[in-house]
Design a protein around this ligand. Structure first.
Ligand SMILES: Nc1nc2c(c(=O)[nH]1)N[C@H]1C(S)=C(S)[C@@H](COP(=O)(O)O)O[C@H]1N2
Ligand SMILES: [Mo]
Length: 233
């Protein structure tokens, strides 16, 4: 396993400030995960062709989903994001440390597989390349499980999918910190896939050797939930 060499954060303690800054600086400069960071702030990326998009009933807003209410509660003092599994350095981030990472913004449409959509959602958060850099995935790592505080909700992406330029771990929506019902403090945003991939109340990223079926995939939906190109719709 990856967990042989003891490092800060491995036992669940948050990284000290110096260790954290060191990992950010070291990780980012030595990063092998292709390309410059893309900030899509001024760009509205859309997955569907305009002809298809024009027929979508936008405008009814969000429907709030949870499989195991009540919604998990977020306490900014005690919340931790754990990054573990097939990594060189398991790390545990505080909320403040998440906000101290390089930040990205984007405006993207959101599509639920059951037929409702929200257009032009403004997200702010952290790109996965920057989270990867903190933990250094091992060569055997191929995918990530995104584990919700709301058991048993989970889903996974391949590393390549997570590195899509418009995928992020979002902590703000439409200019405000993510609301509790929307997954505070952090949710997975993967605009190219249907909403069920977008795990709310994320508390853990676990690197694995292959993708695992998520909550809805165990119930028949496609693992690769490409908008316009997967089952359920
Ligand atoms: N933890 C958790 N995450 C979740 C879900 C859920 O039930 N629990 N539902 C998913 C589905 S199917 C959709 S469409 C979106 C809905 O996001 P919203 O509840 O913020 O509208 O959340 C996704 N993430
Ligand atoms: Mo959904």
């Amino acid at each position: 396993m990856a967990d042989t060499a003891p490092t800060d954060g491995e036992d669940g303690r948050p990284l000290g400030r110096r260790a954290f800054l060191g990992l950010v600086a070291g990780g980012l400069s030595s990063l092998a995960w292709g390309g410059q960071a893309l900030d899509l702030a001024s760009q509205a990326t859309r997955v569907l062709p305009e002809s298809v998009r024009a027929a979508i009933p936008f405008g009814q807003g969000w429907r709030i989903y949870a499989v195991n209410p009540p919604y998990p509660a977020f306490d900014r003092a005690t919340w931790r994001l754990r990054i573990d599994g097939l990594v060189e350095r398991p790390v545990t981030l505080t909320y403040a440390q998440l906000l101290a990472l390089p930040q990205a913004s984007q405006k993207t449409d959101f599509h639920c597989v059951t037929g409702w959509s929200v257009d032009g959602v403004r997200w702010r958060g952290v790109r996965f390349r920057d989270l990867f850099a903190l933990a250094s995935p091992l060569p055997s790592a191929r995918a990530i499980d995104f584990v919700s505080m709301e058991a048993p909700y989970v889903d996974s992406l391949t590393l390549g999918q997570a590195l899509a330029p418009d995928a992020m771990l979002a902590h703000a929506m439409d200019g405000r910190p993510l609301a509790r019902k929307h997954g505070a403090p952090a949710r997975l945003v993967m605009p190219q896939m249907y909403g069920y991939k977008g795990v709310k109340w994320v508390q853990r990223l676990t690197f694995t050797s292959g993708v695992n079926d998520g909550y809805w995939e165990q119930r028949g939906y496609d693992r690769d939930a490409w908008v316009g190109g997967s089952n359920g719709r």
